[in-house]
Write a protein that binds this ligand. Sequence first.
Ligand code: M6R
Length: 359
Amino acid sequence: GKGEYDHYMLKEIHSQPTALSNAIDGRVVDGEVSFEDLPPGTFADVETVQLVACGTSYHASLFGTHLLRSAGVSADAIRASEYEPVSGPVDERTLVVAVTQSGETADTLDAVRTASDRGARSLAVTNVVGSTAAREADDALYIRAGPEVGVAATKTFSSQAVTLALLSQRLAADLPEATPPADSTAMLEALDDLPNQAESVLAESRASALARELLDARSYFFIGRGLGRSVALEGALKFKEITYEHAEGFASGALKHGPLALVTEESPVFAVYTGGEDGKTTTNATEARSRGAPIVAVGPDDHPLADAADAHLSVPDTHPVWTALLANVQLQLVSYHAAALLDRPIDKPRNLAKSVTVE
Ligand code: M6R
């Protein structure tokens, strides 16, 4: 049951320290990624990776694609519903990774079947043991988040992000032409602290008070760059899904090419930064601020954006990959508290189902 929590969503947000520990447990051995059923060399023949997914899992796939590319692995994230028109040439050296919490999403299953028919190899990254995706794919890798009841995906995004980060390191190790980035050791080492850091974000977040302050806005915008972009898109999806308020996520740099026309004092902008590659996000957020928009900086302390913003949701200053993941936890809390204040049916938003089994 929900236990002490008013909603499953809040319970699931708070279970992230445990979910993260489970996703990591036993999978980094002597500084190397190790997956029980996928021994070293499993991916030696892979030339390119296509991550196919929907919704939140698509945002986790954008996150994973970023990590694969920075590990020197050729990779794309493709919305599963768009697979057929956009996949391009596929053969047995293409690894199609179905990223799906439920393992039952029709669009995702259809994309993998299309890819398999064209000769691709497949891997399901899923939460549900024995799901259709797990059974149909050549291999399965479980994110071990435990059951998720709320329609809004929360802990499973975090578990997918960690699992895909580990997978990116394994692929880089298997592929002769891939070059793991110099800081991959630091990224894996920093994983040890991630569950505790998630705990401290949950304990210290100011998201509830902030959600109340911003409740009268007309639109909510979320911006970020690189990994921050995937978090911005996910932040906006979560917000619209459970509050029914208008929310959009953009790449920081895209704001000035159109969306800035919508920015007013009635449209708060959540600017996600990771401590890594965020000078430009600061500039873009400042442009929005000069149009009167309240800016909420979401990232580590001691950063120009945190100083320039009207409000700050603080995230531990760890490896940029995990900073991005923790920024997402802050945004989950913002959405949850805004929806709770608006008295929305948080665990079962209108028109939506936990798993979408129609195309
Ligand atoms: O089970 P899946 O991960 O394949 O589901 C994909 C989407 O339907 C899902 O993430 C959806 O976007 C969530 N309701 C978002 O919170």
